[in-house]
Design a protein. Structure first.
Length: 364
């Protein structure tokens, strides 16, 4: 096995983000998007350091709006017991560092590297190709090059893959199992010359995957990413998956998510284990610039000892956060209102990418 991608709940050195830069995507919500990116960065910085990439000329703006993460900020949102033995200074706050690199857009989960450990236990970055979710947004040249530049900046070895893949399209258990959707990975606008088997083989080669579980569907209305898995299912522990399952029969994904659930119920992971499935029945909507948007609770970020969750500010938030808190014992679950991220086509998971701890930090 050349390298293996760790699970998202493994220890992080930092969280990586990109400051909003594509004004045409956000339109009238551009300034509000900046405020919500900053709010997400501050919430995550209560648990772990944040490295915010800003396009040249935007670093001062990013620093000004994000501000400094303070001890008071951390104390408001984090406690000192995470149950995972990570011990990363909870309650003391971590910094938000801003670095300038060229970028076209601000969805680093998809344009950035996907990190793994090589056979020696050293951290590497897998640089898959990026084509703006099937060539939906021009230009994307800088975003396709961003992973390589970022890895240079981090001093992390780059592993190239010629396959187009976004980080939001996969969720892994770190033990050989990967879950994805047919809707996205088999879409003809990604890798039309690769068969399903060839796609699986590349995931196995680059990410240490032994088994791929294919869900039929992402979100029906997720036309931006063509159905990323991070809108519908997420690994939260070995053999434990949280699944979106809308309660309302009128929801566009009511039947589709039940089809996904049936696949998961019939599946075992790479180690032969049946999956414990946590159902997330709540859905919520907000309104941005006169447009109704669905805020996806499942699009959360697992930080060191925490879980930072998109919320709408609506009445459904409390119950959804309670489901996630129950599914993530020992983690502090924090909701951040992010309807503007949904307006832009994503959520908190989409704008973040975990930087796994270095080998020496894991063994210290």
């Amino acid at each position: 096995m050349n390298q293996r991608m760790p699970a998202e709940w493994a220890a992080h050195e930092a969280c990586l983000m990109v400051w909003p830069t594509r004004a045409s995507l956000w339109g009238p919500a551009f300034e509000a998007a900046k405020q919500q990116y900053a709010a997400v960065a501050r919430a995550i910085s209560a648990f772990e350091p944040v490295i915010m990439i800003a396009a040249p000329g935007l670093a001062d703006e990013a620093r000004s709006i994000c501000g400094a993460a303070t001890a008071a900020t951390a104390a408001d949102t984090a406690d000192t017991s995470d149950g995972h033995g990570h011990g990363h200074g909870h309650g003391h706050g971590h910094g938000i560092e801003v670095v300038e690199l060229p970028a076209d857009d601000s969805w680093l989960r998809d344009s950035g590297p996907i990190f793994a450990y090589d056979e020696h236990g050293d951290r590497v970055g897998v640089d898959f190709r990026f084509n703006a979710w099937g060539e939906k947004h021009y230009p994307w040249t800088a975003d396709d090059k961003l992973a390589s530049l970022l890895l240079d900046r981090l001093g992390t070895r780059r592993v190239h893959s010629s396959m187009i893949l976004e980080g939001g399209a996969i969720t892994v258990d770190g033990q050989g199992t990967l879950i994805t959707t047919e809707q996205c990975l088999l879409h003809p606008n990604r890798n039309p010359r690769m068969s399903r088997t060839e796609i699986e083989d590349e995931l196995k080669r680059r990410l240490g995957v032994e088994k791929v579980i294919w869900l039929p569907y992402g979100g029906l209305e997720d036309t931006e990413t063509d159905g990323h898995v991070d809108g519908v299912a997420a690994y939260v522990a070995p053999a434990k998956v949280v699944v979106s399952l809308p309660e309302d029969p009128a929801h566009p994904d009511y039947a589709r998510m039940r089809a996904n659930l049936a696949v998961l119920e019939a599946s075992t992971d790479a180690r032969g284990r049946a999956l414990e499935i946590v159902v997330l029945p709540q859905t919520t909507y907000g309104e941005v610039a006169g447009t109704p948007v669905e805020v996806g609770y499942l699009n959360f970020y697992l930080a060191n000892g925490g879980c930072v969750v998109p919320v709408s500010g609506g009445p459904e938030d409390e119950a959804a956060l309670a489901v996630l808190a129950s599914a993530l014992p020992g983690r502090t679950v924090v909701g951040v209102p992010t309807p503007v991220l949904a307006y832009g086509g994503g959520g908190i998971h989409c704008i973040t990418q975990q930087l796994p701890a270095r080998r020496e930090d894991l063994t210290a």
